[in-house]
Design a protein around this ligand. Structure first.
Ligand code: HEM
Length: 429
């Protein structure tokens, strides 16, 4: 990140100059560049900051089709990578650690088997029963924010650090069955991973190792003494006599943490930010919450996912054979990245795509993906997102941005989109 990587214009009709991708400006607001790509180079070969070349798919129809195309494998072994770049590209799964063999890195039939097993334990019902606990965690974090204020009239907080970041980590730890006294270790390990972009180098490698050791031990304990938690559920889950091995259960717990953590931080962070930048929409939502309605909150969370969702690019896919997307030929072995953030602003699919409309009904966005890898945690993400936003807007009704938007910094990761900090102000009465 920080280095500009030019895209070669590929349209003959000399459009406005091609935008630079992966610069700081792009990290702050990638949407103009995506609009250009959708129009002039909808399936576009870009050089990523890591040096890898990958196809970016930016139109909604192409994106949806690519996400469901079984010829695009999730297994990095299909990547036809130049020998000199081996192991240096940051493509997850080049790392051979057992934790990396998880749902997002595998294809059918293994994927089908593991997903069926985890779905038996991680059910919508389990998530629904978890709702009071999420409310409790949310209230506790807001209590902490309010109680540390020196001035009642002018409270302030960093909503990422003090709210959006801890909520999902405590929630997933609780759900998995990590005892309360160990949850702050997870908070530290997760903080290390989010700050350093998820690539297991240095401190991050140590954090991943510690997390793995901890999860394996916990699985061991839960096997001896099962409870009602999700880890015990994963151990118990069986399908036609098949069970998860201990390593598979550990990899599953890890991917639930990993896939469910930074995403939800960014759903809350990007969501609150979008509401603060769109005061009329925020006022309508606040009125509807005050009237005890939940309809606008439900459509609103989906709209926030479409408008500025946490997952900017879907995770890596690789062409297992030569194929064509949107008329563009793609050779076997090439990586394909589906740009969810671009597809979800495609005017060919969404009316006024750059407008935040919390009441939008025709909203089949791709924020949770599509096809067999569709987000397994969507019900939990919805629960956390709805609880977080509703509680914040109700308990801190005059919440406002505490910094100029130009001062805010976005994390420059390839896959995720989210703010580093979100300074806010409020009356802490
Ligand atoms: C997959 C988005 C929260 C667990 C995915 C994918 C997307 C996504 C786009 C598909 C990636 C691809 O096809 O390359 C989100 C968003 C979230 C969120 C926007 C929050 C707002 C969660 C939570 C959990 C979770 C809370 C679990 C606790 C998973 C898992 C997969 C997945 C396990 C892999 C599924 C598979 O490969 O079969 N998510 N996610 N996610 N998500 Fe989420």
């Amino acid at each position: 990140y920080g280095r500009g990587v030019s895209t070669a214009p590929s349209s003959p009709s000399s459009p406005p100059p091609a935008p630079e991708l992966f610069t700081w400006e792009f990290a702050t607001d990638p949407y103009p560049a995506y609009a250009w790509l959708r129009e002039h180079a909808p399936v576009h070969k870009a050089t990523l900051p890591s040096g890898v070349e990958a196809w970016l798919v930016t139109r909604y129809a192409d994106a949806r089709q690519a996400l469901a195309d079984q010829r695009l494998s999730k297994n990095p072994a299909h990547h036809d990578e130049p020998a000199h770049a081996k192991g240096k590209t940051g493509i997850p799964g080049e790392r051979k650690a057992e934790l990396m063999t998880h749902l997002l890195n595998i294809d059918p039939p293994d994927h089908t088997r593991l997903r069926r097993l985890v779905s038996k334990a991680f059910t919508p019902r389990r998530v629904a029963e978890f709702a009071p606990r999420v409310q409790e965690l949310t209230d506790r974090l807001i209590d902490d924010i309010i109680s540390k204020q020196h001035s009642v009239e002018k409270g302030s907080a960093d909503l990422i650090h003090e709210f959006a970041f801890p909520l999902p980590i405590y929630a997933i730890c609780d759900l998995l069955g990590v005892p309360a006294e160990d949850q702050d270790d997870f908070r530290d390990w997760a903080g290390m991973m989010i700050r350093h972009g998820g690539g297991p180098r240095g401190g991050v490698a140590r954090s991943v190792k510690k997390m793995r050791g901890y999860l394996l031990e916990l699985i061991h304990k839960k096997r001896e003494e099962p409870g009602e938690d999700l880890i015990s559920g994963l151990i118990r889950a069986s399908d036609h006599g098949e069970h998860l091995t201990e390593n598979e259960a550990a990899a599953m717990a890890f991917i639930l943490l990993f896939a469910g953590f930074e995403t939800t931080v960014n759903l809350i962070g990007n969501g609150v930010y979008a509401l603060l930048r769109n005061p009329e929409q925020r006022a309508v939502l606040q009125d509807s919450l005050a009237a005890g309605e939940t309809g606008l909150l439900e459509t609103g969370i989906e709209e926030l996912l479409r408008y500025d969702g946490p997952v900017e690019l879907a995770t890596w896919r690789f062409a297992t054979e030569a194929l064509s997307i949107g008329g563009q030929d793609i050779p076997a072995g090439d990586p394909v990245l589906v740009v969810l953030a671009a597809a979800d602003r495609d005017p060919a699919r969404f009316a006024e795509p750059d407008t935040l409309d919390l009441a939008r009904r025709d909203n089949q966005h791709l924020g949770y993906g599509h096809g067999i890898h569709y987000c397994l945690g969507a019900p939990l993400a919805r629960l956390e997102g709805q609880t977080a936003l509703a509680t914040l807007l109700t308990r801190l009704p005059d919440l406002r941005l505490g910094a100029d938007p130009t001062e805010l910094r976005w994390r420059g990761g390839l896959i995720m989109r989210g703010l580093r900090t979100l300074p806010v102000e409020f009356s802490a009465s």
